[in-house]
Design a protein around this ligand. Sequence first.
Ligand SMILES: Nc1ncnc2c1ncn2[C@@H]1O[C@H](COP(=O)(O)OP(=O)(O)OP(=O)(O)O)[C@@H](O)[C@H]1O
Ligand SMILES: [Mg+2]
Length: 241
Amino acid sequence: MPLLEVKNISKSFGGLQAVRSLSFAVEPGEILGIIGPNGAGKTTAFNMIAGYFPPDTGEVRFKGENIAGLRAWDISHRKIARTFQLSKPFGDLTVLENVMVGGFHHQGSRTAARRKAEEVLGFVGMTDRLGTEAHNLTVVDRKRLEVARCLATDPELLMLDEVVAGATPTEALAMMEVIRKIQERGVTIIMVEHVMRVVMGLSHRVLVLHHGETIAIGEPQTVSRDPVVLKAYLGARYGNA
Ligand SMILES: Nc1ncnc2c1ncn2[C@@H]1O[C@H](COP(=O)(O)OP(=O)(O)OP(=O)(O)O)[C@@H](O)[C@H]1O
Ligand SMILES: [Mg+2]
């Protein structure tokens, strides 16, 4: 049985249909990449799966249970975690405190939450930032903090929304290593990412969204050569080539 099965979910904002009847499944242990031009509906899909808002139609099945329409809180308790593309940490709190806040309800006690926060911050390479107030972090460190915040909840499914955006090539490699290690620990991952080197290098399969619809899904090598995908990215210029 797939860990996650999304069936025909749609979302409109006023007259704009951001996601149209999207369906896909994620197998346990898999890394599924989701790519697509700006505005394709990637973050909207994450928001529906994570309960940030409900889909207008369709089902989101996690371990067989339909979780569509449940609140973010209830979904997080089912061990699904997501990073935010625009992270909003508590600026006056330290890095350690930010992760403790996120993990507290999952860990039970303050001591356990602190231990877990230190462990996951070490895992993402932020041990030297524990006492830094979050408003002083660079963009890349904010992304690391987002990942650590998610890991503190012990997710079975982790959804990463552009955690490599804004990174230098060296920082991108370090983040790739972190993502690979998370997967090796048995966590299933869906990653939305624009940095092709990263998403193609890590994903077992890649889904391409365009105007809210799937235009391709398959192994990275196949998808990256698909003429329909190339056309979506290059737009009209491709048609004239
Ligand atoms: N809360 C909202 N209210 C109104 N419109 C929205 C909302 N969220 C997204 N949209 C619109 O829905 C469409 C899809 O947006 P979405 O953020 O899902 O795209 P995306 O694929 O994540 O893009 P990007 O790569 O730029 O992050 C866009 O046209 C966007 O403006
Ligand atoms: Mg987005």
